[in-house]
Design a protein around this ligand. Structure first.
Ligand code: BGC
Length: 779
């Protein structure tokens, strides 16, 4: 029988239990859905949205500072910080000014520019790039990186080509997807830019691009589409220019129709800085987040001008007056909230690291894989010498006296170029990298016989600062050009090999945002100095630093040429490792290197920079070359030539790049000779390393439609694979495609079509050298 005291104590236990249980229950019940991580994200978004006031909604769709927008403080959503991008995390500027904030913790690792990444032809490098950049961004508290850029290389004058991934939509697509995935795997959003048709910089706010639907879908959109649909990009940046008379930051066709409706993009459309121009268009035409607007009639950058943004007070007022319901606003806010849950509100993110060894290793590896060996012909040391050998890789036991010439050997290239300019923890300059490696290789040799020297050669741009970041050794020079040339020539006489490090730089009208190059020629006195050196010493290695091709009028006389891009923090080490043979180069050009501008469709048809309309407000740039961009254009010229005509070949074709070893391709076979529209076809080609050192080759598969109802490019890249081979090793390289690789965009049907009939698979080491082919049939 229960005693009275027993009963009392039982009652107490029950009361305590129920009290605890119900308070636990209440606590759980009180966790709002939008904060409840067990709930589906879309449900959390609905809940958050339902709690937000009109002011809060308006606040999250426009900037509050140069690079941030507010979250929703009351509900616990933190600010959203963006930053450039795409080659490293840009140093902080002041809250409301472009001026440097002067932080001491924002020096980063500069990764190679994206042309170099594309030149690796290795998607694993793109993944590594994205992951490393994501870790740097996390450390710096950035949730959106403004990159990567995938605008197509249409003219070699384009000031921002260095930030993009070359001329081919397939190559750019394969490289952008792992970059985006790698970056976002760290909980940092990619903001793929500049969507779309921002293919040159001159008059970038005023250019109205006129392009066929076919060229739009076949050439200019595929990399964006891949970034969105395969990469799952969480944000995208509208371009400055216009398309069909509407700015791309609020363009109905580009954003509402193609991006959101057709591709199912569920992320945030961010305006390029100052790319928004109109409240009504911004409301209706798909812009979600407005940044960088130079305020409406007020002074540019005026403090606290953010309320004057197109999506700020003007929009709120119009809603209050009943011009709009909150339908569009809620849609924008939903997208912002989705971005928050993916980034700022994501709890299980990895930790960030800044300037870690692993990031430097990644930057170096990508640079080494992206450097392209363009020429390496055998040359005799002296007339009496019997055996001619290539200059590269430099053998210090034979080439003991080295002369380095050129401003780009001593110029920091991470500073300048526009918004991708960085403040780096370190940048190894080419001269320093070359000297360091030369000294380590010759430490056991007599200093009397081994010598490395430097001559400036020419003066290009001596400004060593950009947007408040000042760096590097002084480039100040008082000597005349004649004196500089004379010095280079005198020193070259004595040298066993001359390494000329030239090309472009990141100053205005070079590889730089805001304007294009003024000429296809190498700037400054470079050609003159090279010619003068060649007269006394033909043993010259030309190392070109740029994101663009250039005319090389002395090419026939120069035995070795290396394309070294803008390769960031580890530039000097990467260049030296290739020159001295520690690394066997394996990069391939991501664009056609024209001999002159006439070989480029945009220029041959005189379409650039366009035609001003009356009133000088809008300049129409008609892409008359249509789908024939890059090798598609030069191939077309060659086809015409075969029918009678005279055409010069480009200096180096798309996909071209040599190695210190040699590769031999066997005959391609396939798993079938005929496929249905639902099937895939796999081609197999044996590739052998026939040289004496390990190396990598990128096997490229181009598709040719033998007969079509519409004119098609002679061939188009549709698959590639980079393989690493030991000396003597053979690999069976397999490349698989399906119907999509055989399709063209039918602008009448507004759809991709593959016509049944005969096709050819053309395989080779570049677009200029097809070594084996396979005919097949699409049923
Ligand atoms: C550039 C963008 C950049 C933005 C922010 C703009 O001028 O076009 O690429 O992300 O500035 O710096």
């Amino acid at each position: 029988m229960m005693t009275k005291s027993n009963m009392i104590s039982r009652c107490i236990v029950c009361v305590v239990f129920f009290t605890l249980h119900s308070s636990l229950f209440t606590a759980l019940a009180q966790t709002p859905v939008y904060l409840d991580e067990t709930k589906p994200v879309e449900q959390r978004i609905d809940d958050a949205l339902s709690r937000m006031t009109l002011d809060e909604k308006i606040a999250v769709i426009h900037a509050q500072s140069k690079f941030s927008s507010p979250g929703v403080k009351r509900l616990g959503f933190p600010d959203l910080w963006t930053d450039d991008g795409p080659h490293g995390v840009r140093p902080d500027v002041l809250w409301d000014e472009w001026v440097q904030a002067g932080q001491t913790n924002d020096s980063c690792v500069a990764f190679p520019a994206l042309t170099c990444l594309a030149a690796t032809w290795n998607p694993a490098m793109a993944r590594l790039y994205g992951e490393s950049l994501g870790e740097e961004a996390l450390y710096r508290g950035k949730s959106v990186m403004l990159g990567p850029g995938v605008n197509i290389y249409r003219t070699p004058l384009g000031g921002r080509n260095f930030e993009y991934m070359g001329e081919d939509p397939w190559l750019a697509s394969r490289m952008v997807v792992p970059y985006v995935q790698g970056l976002q795997s760290k909980g940092v959003a990619a903001c793929v830019k500049h969507y779309a048709l921002n293919n040159d910089e001159e008059y970038r706010h005023q250019v109205n691009v006129v392009v066929s639907d076919r060229a739009l879908h076949e050439i200019y959109l595929p990399a964006f589409k891949a970034a969105v649909q395969e990469g799952g990009a969480w944000s995208i940046m509208g371009a400055y220019n216009l398309y069909k008379d509407q700015h791309n930051c609020h363009n109905d066709i580009m954003l509402n129709k193609i991006l959101k409706q057709d591709w199912g993009f569920d992320g945030v459309v961010i305006s390029d800085w100052g790319g928004c121009h109109d409240t009504d268009e911004a409301v209706r035409n798909g812009l979600d987040l407005e940044f960088g607007t130079w305020t409406d009639g007020l002074m540019m950058g005026k403090t606290n001008a953010y309320d004057s943004y197109y999506l700020a007070d003007a929009y709120k007022q119009a809603i209050k007056e009943g011009k709009y319901t909150t339908k569009e606003l809620d849609e924008k806010v939903r997208r912002l909230l989705r971005l928050y849950y993916r980034t700022t509100m994501k709890r299980n993110k990895p930790f960030g690291f800044l300037c870690s060894d692993s990031h430097y290793e990644a930057a170096l590896k990508i640079a080494q894989e992206g450097i392209v060996l363009l020429k390496n012909e055998k040359v005799k040391k002296s007339k009496g010498e019997k055996v001619a050998t290539p200059l590269l890789p430099i053998d210090v036991t034979k080439m003991k006296r080295i002369l380095v010439v050129g401003e780009n050997a001593i110029k920091m290239m991470t500073v300048g170029g526009g918004s991708s300019s960085l403040k780096v923890q370190r940048e190894i300059l080419p001269l320093d990298g070359i000297c360091a490696r030369f000294n380590s290789l010759t430490s056991h040799l007599s200093p009397l016989t081994s010598k490395i020297d430097y001559a400036r050669g020419y003066v290009g741009d001596t400004i060593q600062s950009y947007n408040g970041v000042t760096v590097g050794r002084s480039l100040y020079e008082t000597r005349s050009q004649a004196e500089l040339t004379a010095e280079a020539v005198e020193k070259a006489r004595e040298a066993d090999v001359v390494i000329f490090i030239g090309g472009l730089n990141k100053s205005n009208h070079q590889d730089c945002e805001g304007h294009d190059r003024l000429s296809y020629d190498l700037p400054y006195a470079q050609n003159e100095v090279i010619e003068a050196i060649l007269k006394v010493n033909p043993r010259l290695v030309y190392v070109n630093v740029s994101g663009n091709g250039a005319a090389l009028p002395w090419l026939d006389k120069v035995p070795a040429v290396v394309q070294a891009w803008f390769i960031g923090s580890e530039a000097g080490e990467a260049i030296a490792s290739v020159l001295f043979g520690d690394v066997n180069p394996s990069g391939k050009l991501p664009f056609t290197w024209y001999a002159s501008l006439n070989q480029c469709g945009a220029h041959a048809l005189n379409t650039y920079p366009g035609t001003w309309r009356d009133g000088h407000q809008i300049i129409d740039e008609e892409y008359k070359e249509d789908i024939f961009v890059g090798y598609r254009w030069t191939d077309r010229l060659q086809v015409k030539k075969s029918k009678g005509g005279k055409v010069e070949k480009p200096l180096f074709p798309f996909g071209y790049g040599l190695s210190y070893t040699t590769f031999q391709y066997g005959k391609v076979s396939a798993d079938k000779s005929s496929l249905t529209a639902d099937e895939q076809i796999t081609f197999i080609v044996p590739v052998t390393n026939t040289g004496s050192r390990a190396g990598a080759e990128t096997v490229q598969l181009y598709i040719r439609d033998v007969k079509s109802s519409v004119e098609r490019p002679f061939k188009e890249l549709k698959a590639f694979r980079k393989v690493f081979l030991q000396p003597g090793e053979t690999q069976m390289v397999s490349l698989t495609i399906d119907k999509s690789a055989l399709s063209f965009y039918d602008d009448k049907a507004a759809a991709w079509t593959a016509e049944s009939g005969d096709f050819e698979a053309l395989i080779g080491p570049s677009a200029g050298q097809i070594v084996t082919r396979y005919s097949f049939h699409l049923q």
